[in-house]
Ligand binder design. Sequence first.
Ligand code: IMP
Ligand code: MG
Length: 179
Amino acid sequence: MDLLQVEVLYNREQIQEKVADIGRQISGDYRGHELLVVGILKGAFVFMADLIREIDVPMEIDFMDVSSYGLSTSSSGEVRIEKDLEYSIKGRDVLIVEDIIDTGLTLKFIYENLKTRNPKSIRIACLLDKPSRRKAEIFPDYVGYSIPDKFVVGYGLDYAEQYRHYPAVCILKPAVYEK
Ligand code: IMP
Ligand code: MG
């Protein structure tokens, strides 16, 4: 990790404990059920890989990729499905796994879209939440950390596709993007 560019917010061990915690909660809540875990690409893939190994109920996994379109650099709320789920979710217990909720517009779209496909239930697990930035009403069921309004990278999260492989969640130093 280039510590001139980032500052560690949560290290590998802290994240590991938190993810195990969330996994235990989910295992308890879904005891006797079978899950369909839906990861939102690309950011959620590291969190999802760790989380599913902490969940002790039968499951299948699938992925969705969406992108915001519109002129603004932050979420516009107009979302397009770039890659849809492979399988039907009708009658399934769906758990959406997301890296971070910022304005909530992306997840709101995904949630409403999946709801129309008649799943038995939908819940949301996200590692990070920036509640102060919320524009859409969306309430995650499992949250790792609520964080202040700072741009974070690592553990799957990127800035311009960089830093996803960093094992820690890090604050990106503003100097990097204010250049
Ligand atoms: P929302 O629609 O504003 O909630 O946008 C959520 C998406 O924006 C996440 O899935 C991330 O891809 C991205 N995002 C929001 N905040 C950050 C951040 O601090 N670091 C990296 N990506 C972020
Ligand atoms: Mg994302």
